[in-house]
Each structure stands twice: as structure tokens, then as C-alpha cells.
Ligand binder design. Structure first.
Ligand code: NAX
Length: 334
């Protein structure tokens, strides 16, 4: 039996955690033979609710789960971590200014970044889900200078999965018959879902998506806005934000970090830009196509970018630069 790994989920009393914790505890992410110690962090007023989550996790009687530690203390939650899944963040309240939301989150992710720096293993993989996910991830990384920047990523896999599902539905294919869609940029409505390099398998034959769908107007219009606005559409219908699909996307993302991406396939992840890839400025936490091997990601290099894509990629980069500027102003003061 391998040694247990220590996995933290923050926002552990919230709705995404309620779904993702079971998948992790069952072994869907790290494998059925990997023993786990789950650390659950939430804020003090949520401790009673969190005890209920702990009871339910115990009652699931899953084999990999060896121990559950629920806490409101960062020094307990971040101790010796192998993986940190940062879901909890400050939600936008009615009438709240965007800047105030950013400021509240800078405070949370600065503190959690510092706790990672101080208490977690230097090899810890950090996945940021809580919004604004890209900028929160950048803040956490900036606040954890002893942990490699490449260990930090943010979730754009839900957007990636949404894009994949839209294409599969349009062609009446299974989702596994669609690969290499890309989400560029911010996990916000400026993101650019791009299928220029995506492939589909139709009757055993591999085709480009543009070739298979034969409707450029749809792919450059309705397809993009549907993916960009899918989160809002779910909230409108459910009166709650996406939780089941977010949980599945977290599992996909973390599983790929742990076990790697399949040969010939790439996925979308928010990662730190190096200034040399696709003309995106250095030090932005931007969603790129990546492959993963031995728990390390690499940019997919050399995809040709046309003018249509360039414009959309730059637009979402601009939004991220503005977010970064505001966040870093606050970072010095909170
Ligand atoms: P919930 O409001 O159900 O849960 C959030 C939990 O976080 C609450 O229990 C809250 O007490 C806790 N929390 C707040 N501040 C905390 C702190 N400083 N430390 C620890 N816990 C803290 O939200 P839920 O639906 O679970 O969504 C969580 C976050 O995921 C939100 O920011 C949401 O916007 C974001 N999402 C990001 C997605 C992505 O693709 N990156 C998709 C899904 C989701 O919208």
C-alpha cells in the first residue's frame, strides 16, 4: 500500500465541495489504491455544517479515505499537503463592486498562499476554483514564493468540457469522439472557446471540427457565446451556480495533473504565461492548451493562430491584465 496523500479542499461546506469530496474519497481522482487524508477548510460560522459533511463522508465508507480533518485554521489545513484544491472564495453580493470583490479575494488568496508557503510540501499541486479563479491563482502563487509557479493552475476545464459537449451534441457524437478544444484566457465571459484545432471522430475517421460541422457562422458565433454564457444560463435555470459539472471538471483537471494527458490529446488549464507562448504577456495566469506528463504541464506549442482568434485571445488577455493590476495594488495593502 502506498503512503496516504494529504488533499485539501477549501470551501468544504459549500455546494461544489459537497459533490467533489465524494468523487475524491471514492478514488475517482487519485485511484482506488491510493490512501487519502482529506483536509477540509471552511470559515468559522460553517463549522457545524462542515461536521455534517464529515459525518456523511464517513458514512460513505469508501476504501481510500483513511482520515478526515475538518478545520477553520489554515495552519492545520495546509500542513504537509500534496494537493490543495482551493474552492472557497468570497461570492459577489448584490450591489458589490467588481473591485471590492477582487479586494476581498486578494485577502483570502494572499493568506492561503502564505499558508501554502509556510506549511505545505514544496511539491504541492495547487488548483484554484474560487472566482475570479485566474487572478486568485496568481495572488496565491505570488504569496507562496518558495513553491514553483508551475505548481499552480486554475480551473477552466468546466468551460473546456462545455465546449466539447456542444460540439458532440451538434454532430450527435459521444463526448469521447471530440478532442483538443481550447479555452483561451480568463474563466469569465471574455474567454475564447476555440475549436480551430479540435478533432472529431465520425464513422471511425478523424476530421477537423470546421470540416465536420460545415457551419463557420455557428462556430464563430452561437457556439462561442453559448460556452461563454453557459454558467449564467445554469444559474438562471437552477437559481444556483454549476456544482455537479464543476465537480466533474475539477476531477478531470486533477486526475490529468496526477496521471497525465493521453497521447495526442491536450486540455485547457489556467497556468502562468512565460511571455513566449502565443503572444500572451509574461506572468499572466491565462488558460492555454497544455499536455501533462510526470505531473508537469507543458504548453502545446506552434498552433497557427488566425486573425479571428488573435483578436479574441488579446481581448481576454487585456481583461486579465486589468484584473492583475488591481489585485496587485491591493496585494500590497491588505
Ligand atoms: P458556495 O457558496 O456553495 O461555497 C463556498 C464555500 O466557501 C462556503 O462554504 C464558504 O463559507 C466558503 N469560504 C468562503 N471564504 C472562505 C475562506 N476564506 N476559506 C475557506 N472557505 C471559505 O459556492 P460553490 O458553488 O461551492 O462555488 C465555489 C466557488 O467556485 C465560487 O467562487 C464560484 O464562483 C466558483 N466556480 C468556479 C468555477 C470555475 O470553473 N473556475 C466553476 C464553478 C463555480 O462557479
Amino acid at each position: 500500500m502506498p503512503e496516504p496523500i494529504r488533499v485539501l479542499v477549501t470551501g468544504a461546506a459549500g455546494q461544489i465541495a459537497y459533490s467533489v469530496l465524494l468523487s475524491i474519497a471514492k478514488g475517482d481522482v487519485f485511484g482506488k489504491d491510493q490512501p487519502l487524508i482529506l483536509l477540509l477548510l471552511d470559515i468559522t460560522p460553517m463549522m457545524t455544517a462542515l461536521q455534517g459533511v464529515v459525518m456523511e463522508l464517513e458514512d460513505c465508507a469508501t476504501a481510500p479515505l483513511k482520515e478526515v480533518i475538518a478545520t477553520d485554521q489554515e495552519e492545520v489545513a495546509f500542513k504537509d499537503l500534496d494537493v490543495a484544491i482551493l474552492v472557497g472564495s468570497m461570492p459577489r453580493r448584490e450591489g458589490m463592486e467588481r473591485k471590492d470583490l477582487l479586494k476581498a479575494n486578494v485577502k483570502i488568496f494572499k493568506s492561503q498562499g502564505a499558508a501554502l508557503d509556510k506549511y505545505a510540501k514544496k511539491s504541492v499541486k495547487v488548483i484554484v476554483v474560487g472566482n475570479p479563479a485566474n487572478t486568485n491563482c496568481l495572488t496565491a502563487s505570488r504569496s507562496a514564493p518558495s513553491i514553483p509557479k508551475s505548481n499552480f493552475s486554475c480551473l477552466t476545464r468546466l468551460d473546456h468540457n462545455r465546449a466539447k459537449a456542444q460540439i458532440a451534441q451538434k454532430l450527435k457524437l459521444g463526448c469521447n469522439d471530440v478532442k483538443n478544444v481550447i479555452i483561451w484566457g480568463n474563466h469569465s465571459s471574455t474567454q475564447y472557446p476555440d475549436v480551430t484545432h479540435a478533432k472529431v471522430k465520425v464513422h471511425g475517421k478523424e476530421l477537423g471540427v470546421y470540416e465536420a460541422i460545415k457551419d463557420d457562422c455557428y462556430l464563430k458565433g452561437e457556439f462561442i457565446t453559448t460556452v461563454q454564457q453557459r454558467g449564467a444560463a445554469v444559474i438562471k435555470a437552477r437559481k444556483l451556480s454549476s456544482a455537479m459539472s464543476a465537480s466533474k471538471a475539477i476531477c478531470d483537471h486533477v486526475q490529468d495533473i496526477w496521471f497525465g494527458t493521453p497521447e495526442g490529446e491536450f486540455v485547457s488549464m489556467g497556468v502562468i504565461s512565460d511571455g513566449n507562448s502565443y503572444g500572451i504577456p509574461e506572468d499572466l495566469l491565462y488558460s492555454f492548451p497544455v499536455t501533462i506528463k510526470n505531473k508537469n504541464w507543458s504548453f502545446v506549442e506552434g498552433l497557427p493562430i488566425d486573425d479571428f482568434s488573435r483578436e479574441k485571445m488579446d481581448l481576454t488577455a487585456k481583461e486579465l491584465m486589468e484584473e492583475k493590476e488591481t489585485a496587485f495594488e491591493f496585494l500590497a495593502s491588505v
